[in-house]
Design a protein around this ligand. Structure first.
Ligand code: HGY
Ligand code: MN
Ligand code: MN
Length: 415
């Protein structure tokens, strides 16, 4: 018997997808932007419609709590994030929050009593694109990020997270962090890679996630006239930076099989057609499951920058703005997911994920698990991000089932 209300789930997903929708079917809902605030409001309304106790903490994480029968039992936390990348997809994060909302709606539909409280959560600024680093709300909740540092982090316009939260009405007064560690955490997310689709599987039971490093790099040269300046007099920041960008990409193949490297942001100044650039600033995102490989990768990037600057006569600064070790999820929760997948007759595999998720930090403080559904063409952080609705339903169904098990609830199918 299916647990979720398919019609309700679809209409909720479509309604939320209209908030910050782009013409190409994606989302433009960067953390604490106007559409992110509207979708937060919609989420709070849905929690209140379920008579959940809603609380917002100091960094804007939003929780809806459904009490269990045992007042002393630690809660099961379920959720993900509603913020998106600029021109991102409508499944990344949002699917996890709405699957969690649907799971609690299922409990209400069937009057399922759970021994443990269940809390649905929307984490602030998972994407880390406006305020760096990523996983900001979940990192503050678990202690990985310092709350004051998070609140004073500014975006490119100098607006701090605290100011953005105040303006949005989401700088809550609930203390950041759990009164006590949750019993378990569960998140459903699109895979954002090609594995499940290539293997024709419905579900990924995620055992771990790559570790990563984010670097901020500035290369400084000397501006001069594009005409009369002979090449040998030039200290062209862009030429040095361009050498580094291609070297960073080559590193991915050299360091280890799972290493991926990305230069996602790049700016040049003064940015005039007939002036030799004196400044190039860019970011590096480097990932691997092996900690030593990540460290070796950061050191290799710095060597490439040094060599490029020696060749061009430029100077540089490099700052590591984020490092998160690889994640290992709870074998117990993976087993619960596997039992649920078997019970539901889903095809699945255990796997390692390449994208960071809020579950990465929750795994530091509780038994955390992460469930994937396939991404068509593995495409994500892109308006073309898509998951077949049959796969979405299989994931949401499994998620609701596993939530009931983790919360010690009586499966409605047994009543
Ligand atoms: O960067 C990540 O992996 C995630 O999308 N924030
Ligand atoms: Mn995500
Ligand atoms: Mn993302």
């Amino acid at each position: 018997m299916g647990l979720i209300d398919k019609k309700r789930f679809r209409s909720t997903f479509e309604a939320f997808s209209e908030i910050g929708a782009t013409d190409a079917g994606g989302l433009h809902r960067v953390a604490l932007s106007e559409p992110d605030v509207r979708v937060r409001d919609r989420f709070v309304d849905a929690l209140e419609d379920l008579d959940l106790a809603v609380r917002v903490d100091e960094v804007g994480n939003v929780f809806g709590r459904r009490e269990g029968t045992d007042p002393d039992a630690a809660p099961v936390l379920i959720g993900s994030h509603l913020d998106s990348q600029p021109r991102g997809g409508r499944f990344d994060g949002q699917l996890g929050v709405l699957s969690a909302l649907e799971a609690v709606r299922v409990l209400a539909d069937h009057d399922v009593e759970t021994r443990r409280p269940v809390e649905v959560v929307n984490w602030t600024n998972e994407e880390g694109t406006r305020f760096k680093p990523a996983l900001m709300g979940s990192g503050a909740y678990t202690g990985a990020h310092d709350v004051e540092t998070v609140l004073s982090t500014a975006d490119d316009d100098g607006v701090t997270l605290a100011e953005a939260l105040e303006a949005a009405g989401y700088r809550g007064d609930a203390p950041v962090g759990a009164e006590r560690d949750p019993h378990a955490y569960l998140e459903l997310h699109v895979e954002q890679g090609p594995v499940l689709e290539d293997r024709g599987l419905e579900i990924g039971i995620v055992e771990g996630i790559l570790g990563m490093s984010w670097l901020d790099v500035t290369i400084s040269g000397d501006s001069d006239h594009a005409g009369p300046s002979p090449t040998y007099t030039r200290a062209d920041a862009l030429v040095a930076a361009a050498d580094v960008v291609t070297a960073v990409r080559r590193l991915a193949g050299r360091l280890d099989d799972d290493v991926v490297t990305t230069v996602g942001e790049f700016e040049v100044a003064p940015g005039s057609i007939n002036v030799i650039p004196d400044t190039a600033t860019f970011t590096v995102d480097l990932r691997s499951y092996d900690e030593e490989t990540v460290q070796a990768g950061v050191e290799a990037v710095e060597r490439e920058i040094e060599a490029a600057c020696d060749r061009e006569g430029t100077s540089y600064t490099m700052e590591e703005i984020w490092r998160i070790p690889h994640t290992e999820f709870s074998p117990e929760v993976c087993d619960v997911l596997e039992r649920s997948a078997d019970a539901a007759g889903c095809s699945y595999t255990r796997m390692i994920g390449g994208a960071g998720h809020d579950a990465s930090y929750l795994a530091d403080v509780t038994d955390a698990g992460l469930l994937f559904v396939p991404s068509v063409d593995g495409k994500t952080h892109n308006e073309r991000e898509f998951t077949e609705w049959t796969d979405v339903l299989a994931g949401a169904e499994l998620f609701a089932e596993a939530t009931i098990r983790l919360a010690d609830g009586e499966h409605p199918g047994n009543s």
